[in-house]
Design a protein. Structure first.
Lengths: 119, 204
Protein backbone atom coordinates (compact mmCIF):
# COMPACT_ATOMS: atom_id res chain seq x y z
CA UNK A 1 0.00 0.00 0.00
CA UNK A 2 1.14 3.47 -0.89
CA UNK A 3 0.82 6.40 1.44
CA UNK A 4 -1.17 9.36 0.20
CA UNK A 5 1.18 12.25 -0.52
CA UNK A 6 0.06 15.83 0.19
CA UNK A 7 0.22 16.83 -3.48
CA UNK A 8 -1.75 13.81 -4.56
CA UNK A 9 -5.16 15.44 -4.45
CA UNK A 10 -4.01 17.87 -7.11
CA UNK A 11 -2.47 14.99 -9.01
CA UNK A 12 -5.73 13.06 -8.94
CA UNK A 13 -7.54 16.14 -10.14
CA UNK A 14 -5.14 16.60 -13.03
CA UNK A 15 -5.73 12.99 -14.09
CA UNK A 16 -9.48 13.44 -13.86
CA UNK A 17 -9.13 16.60 -15.89
CA UNK A 18 -7.09 14.83 -18.54
CA UNK A 19 -9.68 12.13 -18.87
CA UNK A 20 -12.57 14.57 -18.99
CA UNK A 21 -11.11 17.07 -21.47
CA UNK A 22 -11.56 14.84 -24.49
CA UNK A 23 -15.26 14.49 -23.75
CA UNK A 24 -15.49 18.23 -23.26
CA UNK A 25 -14.12 18.56 -26.80
CA UNK A 26 -16.78 16.16 -28.05
CA UNK A 27 -19.42 18.10 -26.11
CA UNK A 28 -18.32 21.37 -27.71
CA UNK A 29 -18.84 19.75 -31.10
CA UNK A 30 -22.27 18.35 -30.28
CA UNK A 31 -24.17 21.24 -31.87
CA UNK A 32 -21.88 21.87 -34.81
CA UNK A 33 -18.37 22.05 -36.16
CA UNK A 34 -15.66 24.29 -34.73
CA UNK A 35 -12.09 25.06 -35.71
CA UNK A 36 -9.08 24.22 -33.55
CA UNK A 37 -8.33 27.62 -32.12
CA UNK A 38 -11.97 28.16 -31.27
CA UNK A 39 -12.17 24.80 -29.48
CA UNK A 40 -9.04 25.53 -27.48
CA UNK A 41 -10.27 28.96 -26.41
CA UNK A 42 -13.67 27.58 -25.39
CA UNK A 43 -12.00 24.92 -23.23
CA UNK A 44 -9.67 27.54 -21.73
CA UNK A 45 -12.64 29.56 -20.57
CA UNK A 46 -13.63 26.74 -18.22
CA UNK A 47 -11.86 27.41 -14.95
CA UNK A 48 -9.25 24.78 -14.14
CA UNK A 49 -9.90 22.54 -17.14
CA UNK A 50 -6.92 23.29 -19.39
CA UNK A 51 -3.57 24.45 -18.05
CA UNK A 52 -1.61 24.35 -21.32
CA UNK A 53 -3.61 25.15 -24.43
CA UNK A 54 -1.04 23.47 -26.67
CA UNK A 55 -1.77 20.02 -25.26
CA UNK A 56 -5.25 20.12 -26.83
CA UNK A 57 -3.82 19.65 -30.32
CA UNK A 58 -2.33 16.19 -29.68
CA UNK A 59 -5.68 15.32 -28.11
CA UNK A 60 -7.52 16.44 -31.26
CA UNK A 61 -5.20 14.28 -33.35
CA UNK A 62 -6.01 11.31 -31.14
CA UNK A 63 -9.74 11.91 -31.36
CA UNK A 64 -9.45 11.97 -35.13
CA UNK A 65 -7.38 8.80 -35.18
CA UNK A 66 -9.95 7.09 -32.97
CA UNK A 67 -12.65 8.17 -35.43
CA UNK A 68 -14.52 10.23 -32.84
CA UNK A 69 -14.14 13.38 -34.93
CA UNK A 70 -13.41 14.17 -38.57
CA UNK A 71 -11.73 17.26 -39.92
CA UNK A 72 -12.02 19.45 -42.98
CA UNK A 73 -10.46 22.67 -44.17
CA UNK A 74 -12.34 25.85 -44.76
CA UNK A 75 -11.27 29.30 -45.90
CA UNK A 76 -11.48 32.11 -43.37
CA UNK A 77 -12.02 35.78 -44.16
CA UNK A 78 -9.47 36.95 -41.65
CA UNK A 79 -6.47 34.76 -42.36
CA UNK A 80 -5.20 31.38 -43.55
CA UNK A 81 -7.60 28.41 -43.96
CA UNK A 82 -8.83 26.79 -40.78
CA UNK A 83 -9.10 23.17 -39.85
CA UNK A 84 -12.60 22.37 -38.63
CA UNK A 85 -13.60 19.45 -36.43
CA UNK A 86 -16.89 17.63 -36.61
CA UNK A 87 -18.35 14.85 -34.45
CA UNK A 88 -18.65 11.39 -36.04
CA UNK A 89 -21.38 8.90 -35.15
CA UNK A 90 -18.81 7.10 -33.00
CA UNK A 91 -18.01 10.38 -31.28
CA UNK A 92 -21.65 11.04 -30.60
CA UNK A 93 -22.06 7.60 -29.06
CA UNK A 94 -18.92 7.96 -26.94
CA UNK A 95 -20.12 11.34 -25.71
CA UNK A 96 -23.56 9.99 -24.77
CA UNK A 97 -22.03 7.04 -22.90
CA UNK A 98 -19.57 9.23 -21.04
CA UNK A 99 -22.24 11.78 -20.15
CA UNK A 100 -24.40 9.10 -18.53
CA UNK A 101 -21.43 7.57 -16.68
CA UNK A 102 -20.13 10.94 -15.61
CA UNK A 103 -23.41 12.08 -14.11
CA UNK A 104 -23.66 8.87 -12.08
CA UNK A 105 -20.04 9.17 -10.98
CA UNK A 106 -20.34 12.86 -10.15
CA UNK A 107 -23.53 12.42 -8.13
CA UNK A 108 -22.07 9.52 -6.18
CA UNK A 109 -18.83 11.33 -5.34
CA UNK A 110 -20.71 14.54 -4.55
CA UNK A 111 -22.96 12.73 -2.13
CA UNK A 112 -19.99 11.21 -0.29
CA UNK A 113 -17.90 14.37 -0.29
CA UNK A 114 -20.61 16.67 0.99
CA UNK A 115 -22.53 14.42 3.36
CA UNK A 116 -20.00 11.77 4.13
CA UNK A 117 -22.49 9.21 2.92
CA UNK A 118 -24.75 9.79 5.94
CA UNK A 119 -28.49 9.66 5.52
CA UNK B 1 1.18 31.20 -45.43
CA UNK B 2 2.04 32.00 -41.83
CA UNK B 3 1.80 35.54 -40.57
CA UNK B 4 4.07 34.97 -37.59
CA UNK B 5 6.93 33.32 -39.43
CA UNK B 6 10.03 35.26 -38.71
CA UNK B 7 9.08 36.34 -35.20
CA UNK B 8 12.13 35.24 -33.23
CA UNK B 9 10.19 34.22 -30.12
CA UNK B 10 7.75 32.10 -32.14
CA UNK B 11 10.52 30.57 -34.22
CA UNK B 12 12.43 29.70 -31.09
CA UNK B 13 9.33 28.17 -29.52
CA UNK B 14 8.55 26.08 -32.59
CA UNK B 15 12.15 24.87 -32.78
CA UNK B 16 11.93 23.73 -29.18
CA UNK B 17 8.69 21.93 -29.99
CA UNK B 18 10.29 20.27 -33.00
CA UNK B 19 13.15 19.02 -30.83
CA UNK B 20 10.87 17.89 -28.02
CA UNK B 21 8.74 15.95 -30.53
CA UNK B 22 11.73 14.22 -32.11
CA UNK B 23 10.35 10.84 -31.03
CA UNK B 24 7.19 11.25 -33.12
CA UNK B 25 6.95 10.04 -36.72
CA UNK B 26 7.96 12.83 -39.10
CA UNK B 27 4.44 13.42 -40.44
CA UNK B 28 2.89 13.64 -37.01
CA UNK B 29 5.60 15.96 -35.77
CA UNK B 30 5.15 18.24 -38.77
CA UNK B 31 1.42 18.26 -38.22
CA UNK B 32 1.77 19.14 -34.54
CA UNK B 33 4.18 21.99 -35.26
CA UNK B 34 1.85 23.29 -37.99
CA UNK B 35 -1.15 23.17 -35.64
CA UNK B 36 0.71 25.13 -32.97
CA UNK B 37 1.96 27.62 -35.54
CA UNK B 38 -1.60 28.16 -36.76
CA UNK B 39 -2.76 28.60 -33.18
CA UNK B 40 -0.21 31.36 -32.59
CA UNK B 41 -1.30 32.95 -35.88
CA UNK B 42 -4.91 32.98 -34.73
CA UNK B 43 -4.03 34.26 -31.27
CA UNK B 44 -2.06 37.19 -32.68
CA UNK B 45 -4.73 37.85 -35.27
CA UNK B 46 -7.33 37.92 -32.54
CA UNK B 47 -5.25 40.28 -30.44
CA UNK B 48 -4.52 42.28 -33.62
CA UNK B 49 -1.07 42.91 -32.24
CA UNK B 50 2.26 41.16 -32.45
CA UNK B 51 4.37 43.04 -29.98
CA UNK B 52 6.57 41.05 -27.65
CA UNK B 53 4.13 41.01 -24.72
CA UNK B 54 1.29 39.68 -26.89
CA UNK B 55 3.53 36.99 -28.37
CA UNK B 56 4.85 35.99 -24.96
CA UNK B 57 1.32 35.76 -23.58
CA UNK B 58 0.18 33.57 -26.45
CA UNK B 59 3.17 31.23 -26.04
CA UNK B 60 2.70 31.09 -22.27
CA UNK B 61 -0.90 30.03 -22.67
CA UNK B 62 0.20 27.27 -25.01
CA UNK B 63 2.47 25.82 -22.31
CA UNK B 64 5.96 24.36 -22.49
CA UNK B 65 6.81 22.74 -25.85
CA UNK B 66 8.03 19.69 -23.95
CA UNK B 67 4.63 19.33 -22.31
CA UNK B 68 2.85 19.50 -25.66
CA UNK B 69 5.20 16.92 -27.18
CA UNK B 70 4.69 14.64 -24.18
CA UNK B 71 0.93 14.91 -24.60
CA UNK B 72 1.38 13.68 -28.18
CA UNK B 73 2.95 10.54 -26.68
CA UNK B 74 4.82 7.84 -28.53
CA UNK B 75 3.15 6.33 -31.58
CA UNK B 76 1.24 3.16 -30.68
CA UNK B 77 3.57 1.04 -32.81
CA UNK B 78 6.47 1.92 -30.54
CA UNK B 79 5.58 -0.66 -27.95
CA UNK B 80 4.45 -3.13 -30.53
CA UNK B 81 5.51 -6.16 -32.46
CA UNK B 82 8.45 -4.49 -34.18
CA UNK B 83 10.24 -3.85 -30.89
CA UNK B 84 9.51 -7.32 -29.55
CA UNK B 85 10.91 -8.97 -32.68
CA UNK B 86 13.91 -6.64 -32.64
CA UNK B 87 14.70 -7.54 -29.03
CA UNK B 88 14.36 -11.27 -29.63
CA UNK B 89 16.65 -11.06 -32.65
CA UNK B 90 19.21 -8.97 -30.82
CA UNK B 91 19.33 -11.63 -28.10
CA UNK B 92 20.58 -14.17 -30.69
CA UNK B 93 24.29 -13.74 -31.37
CA UNK B 94 25.56 -13.46 -34.92
CA UNK B 95 22.75 -13.73 -37.46
CA UNK B 96 20.23 -12.35 -34.97
CA UNK B 97 22.21 -9.16 -34.53
CA UNK B 98 22.46 -8.64 -38.25
CA UNK B 99 18.70 -9.04 -38.65
CA UNK B 100 17.83 -7.23 -35.41
CA UNK B 101 20.04 -4.18 -35.78
CA UNK B 102 18.06 -2.59 -38.67
CA UNK B 103 14.81 -3.14 -36.76
CA UNK B 104 16.27 -1.46 -33.69
CA UNK B 105 17.58 1.36 -35.86
CA UNK B 106 14.19 1.73 -37.56
CA UNK B 107 12.18 1.78 -34.34
CA UNK B 108 11.27 5.05 -32.72
CA UNK B 109 10.82 3.47 -29.33
CA UNK B 110 14.46 4.11 -28.49
CA UNK B 111 16.60 7.19 -28.52
CA UNK B 112 19.71 7.26 -30.71
CA UNK B 113 22.16 6.81 -27.86
CA UNK B 114 20.16 3.87 -26.49
CA UNK B 115 20.41 2.17 -29.85
CA UNK B 116 24.13 2.92 -29.99
CA UNK B 117 24.69 1.50 -26.52
CA UNK B 118 22.82 -1.71 -27.39
CA UNK B 119 24.88 -2.16 -30.55
CA UNK B 120 28.07 -1.44 -28.62
CA UNK B 121 27.07 -4.09 -26.08
CA UNK B 122 26.72 -6.65 -28.86
CA UNK B 123 29.92 -5.61 -30.58
CA UNK B 124 32.09 -5.47 -27.48
CA UNK B 125 32.81 -9.22 -27.21
CA UNK B 126 33.33 -9.42 -30.96
CA UNK B 127 35.87 -6.62 -30.79
CA UNK B 128 37.56 -8.19 -27.77
CA UNK B 129 37.55 -11.50 -29.59
CA UNK B 130 39.17 -10.07 -32.71
CA UNK B 131 41.56 -7.90 -30.76
CA UNK B 132 42.60 -10.78 -28.56
CA UNK B 133 43.39 -13.03 -31.49
CA UNK B 134 45.21 -10.34 -33.41
CA UNK B 135 47.33 -9.64 -30.36
CA UNK B 136 48.14 -13.31 -29.97
CA UNK B 137 48.77 -13.84 -33.67
CA UNK B 138 50.99 -10.80 -33.66
CA UNK B 139 53.25 -12.62 -31.25
CA UNK B 140 52.37 -10.46 -28.26
CA UNK B 141 52.60 -12.15 -24.91
CA UNK B 142 49.42 -10.57 -23.58
CA UNK B 143 45.96 -9.75 -24.96
CA UNK B 144 43.69 -6.91 -23.86
CA UNK B 145 41.22 -9.38 -22.38
CA UNK B 146 40.78 -8.83 -18.66
CA UNK B 147 41.12 -12.57 -18.04
CA UNK B 148 44.74 -12.18 -19.01
CA UNK B 149 45.36 -10.68 -15.64
CA UNK B 150 45.42 -14.28 -14.44
CA UNK B 151 48.90 -15.69 -14.65
CA UNK B 152 48.37 -17.93 -17.64
CA UNK B 153 51.57 -18.81 -19.44
CA UNK B 154 52.22 -17.01 -22.75
CA UNK B 155 52.72 -20.39 -24.37
CA UNK B 156 49.14 -21.33 -23.55
CA UNK B 157 47.84 -18.22 -25.20
CA UNK B 158 49.92 -18.72 -28.29
CA UNK B 159 48.47 -22.16 -28.56
CA UNK B 160 44.92 -20.80 -28.19
CA UNK B 161 45.54 -18.21 -30.81
CA UNK B 162 46.72 -20.72 -33.35
CA UNK B 163 44.25 -22.99 -35.03
CA UNK B 164 45.00 -26.01 -32.92
CA UNK B 165 41.36 -26.19 -31.86
CA UNK B 166 42.20 -26.26 -28.16
CA UNK B 167 39.62 -24.79 -25.81
CA UNK B 168 41.14 -22.69 -23.09
CA UNK B 169 39.83 -20.29 -20.46
CA UNK B 170 40.05 -17.28 -22.77
CA UNK B 171 37.91 -18.90 -25.39
CA UNK B 172 35.37 -19.97 -22.82
CA UNK B 173 35.13 -16.42 -21.51
CA UNK B 174 34.89 -14.97 -25.00
CA UNK B 175 32.17 -17.43 -25.96
CA UNK B 176 30.27 -16.71 -22.75
CA UNK B 177 30.62 -12.97 -23.37
CA UNK B 178 29.45 -13.40 -26.95
CA UNK B 179 26.47 -15.47 -25.89
CA UNK B 180 25.44 -13.15 -23.06
CA UNK B 181 25.97 -9.86 -24.92
CA UNK B 182 22.82 -10.30 -27.03
CA UNK B 183 20.44 -11.09 -24.16
CA UNK B 184 22.02 -8.27 -22.15
CA UNK B 185 21.50 -5.84 -25.02
CA UNK B 186 17.91 -7.05 -25.46
CA UNK B 187 17.29 -6.67 -21.73
CA UNK B 188 18.68 -3.18 -21.83
CA UNK B 189 16.47 -2.26 -24.79
CA UNK B 190 13.49 -3.67 -22.93
CA UNK B 191 14.07 -1.40 -19.96
CA UNK B 192 14.49 1.63 -22.21
CA UNK B 193 11.24 1.20 -24.15
CA UNK B 194 9.36 4.47 -24.08
CA UNK B 195 6.62 4.67 -21.52
CA UNK B 196 3.00 4.87 -22.67
CA UNK B 197 1.37 8.31 -22.70
CA UNK B 198 -0.27 9.78 -19.64
CA UNK B 199 -3.18 7.74 -18.30
CA UNK B 200 -6.65 8.77 -19.34
CA UNK B 201 -5.52 10.32 -22.60
CA UNK B 202 -5.50 7.29 -24.81
CA UNK B 203 -8.68 5.56 -23.67
CA UNK B 204 -11.63 6.43 -25.76
Amino acid sequence: MRRMEPGEARNTLSQLRRGAVEYCVLALLRDGERYGFELVRKLSEVDGLVTSEGTIYPLLTRLRRDDLVTTFWQESESGPPRRYYRLTDNGREALAAFTADWIRFRDGVDALLTKGGAG
Amino acid sequence: MSTVQGHPLVDDYLRRLERAAAHLPRARRAELVAEIRRHVDEALLEASARDEVTVRNALERLGEPEEIAAAAGPPARDRGALELIAMILVAIPGIGWIAGAPLVAFSRAWAGREKALAVALCLLPVVLFAFGFVAVDGGGSSTPLPVDASPASPADELELGSDDGGIGPIEVVVVLLTLSAGPLAALYLGTRLRRPPAPGMSSA
